[in-house]
Design a protein around this ligand. Sequence first.
Ligand SMILES: NC(=O)c1ccc[n+]([C@@H]2O[C@H](COP(=O)([O-])OP(=O)(O)OC[C@H]3O[C@@H](n4cnc5c(N)ncnc54)[C@H](O)[C@@H]3O)[C@@H](O)[C@H]2O)c1
Ligand SMILES: O=C(O)C[C@H](O)C(=O)O
Length: 320
Amino acid sequence: MAGDQLLLTALDVLCCRLSYDVQNEVKDLTRTWKKTIKVSIGIDPAEIFSGADWALMVGAKPRGPGMERADLLNQNGEIFQQQGRALNESADPNCKIIVVGNPCNTNALIAMENAPRIPRRNFHALTRLDENRAKCQLALKAGKFYTSVSRVAIWGNHSTTQVPDFLNAKIGGLPAMNVIRDDKWFKDEFTPRVAQRGGALIKKWGKSSAASTAVSVADAIRSLVVPTPAGDCFSTAVCSDGNPYGVKDGLIFSFPCRSKGDGDYEICDDFILDDWLRQKLAATEDELSKERDCVSHLIGVMGGSCDIRGAEDTSVPGEM
Ligand SMILES: NC(=O)c1ccc[n+]([C@@H]2O[C@H](COP(=O)([O-])OP(=O)(O)OC[C@H]3O[C@@H](n4cnc5c(N)ncnc54)[C@H](O)[C@@H]3O)[C@@H](O)[C@H]2O)c1
Ligand SMILES: O=C(O)C[C@H](O)C(=O)O
């Protein structure tokens, strides 16, 4: 932000893909803003991130034919190592970073570990899309409006091991489990449907969800700049250091959070965990630990070894 001007700079390795039509379309948005928007594009991350207050990191390589999850982690990891270093070099020291490109939790971890000048708590990976999907499923099942659903946490990884939390969710201010009295539906339908939604959409359309992702990125930013209503939360994957739920430190793990609207947040400490949730949390934590081991060479940790090659694939499928 510079005075009354919002500076929007975009980084894309294929600069030409962000055509001038796109630039002009973004400029047209000026009408809806109080500030004027200056749009520019480029290919040098250090130049593009210069002085940035917010960095929305969407660019990533989609999974190609025959590519294993470990390969995806490695190839995208290298991108986020380079971009983390560039953020460290030139972004505003209090820049907030939201990583969308998959595998977004571990990409955010790599960027964070390569940008020691920026507080670790400023790095986010997008799980707001999963929260929105979970709220939508609860509203549909209960026959209520989406806006009546609150306190929906997504725990862990933005992959099929993620845990959409129905235990703490509310519908119309009441516990969701008292409104939808169907334990089997919550565990056997709701949970996998939310966790596998991204994959299902790719299967159907051959592309990642774009419109709902864009909306959820806007929601994720709004959650940080508007105070969270009393008793509610929003989900975002953030650094697990010192979290109140005993998840091991040094992961980018999705938690229920609250904000005063100042761009910062705190992890809610009043969510109830039962045995089922604990077991699910342990599985997604384990997955994130393994992903971290696979990228140890990109985060300056010695002696890590990657043992997810050939293992069951729990990432959202991408293009295979
Ligand atoms: N976290 C989420 O909820 C969520 C939701 C939807 C999509 N995604 C992920 O977001 C990413 C983008 O999805 P998409 O459908 O827009 O993909 P896309 O392939 O249409 O676009 C990716 C863009 O990234 C650019 N890019 C590739 N490498 C780059 C690099 N090193 N630096 C800068 N730009 C680079 C490409 O040129 C392309 O324009 C994917 O990884 C996708 O899996 C995440
Ligand atoms: O891009 C993907 O692999 C899917 C995406 O993360 C989504 O949840 O829609």
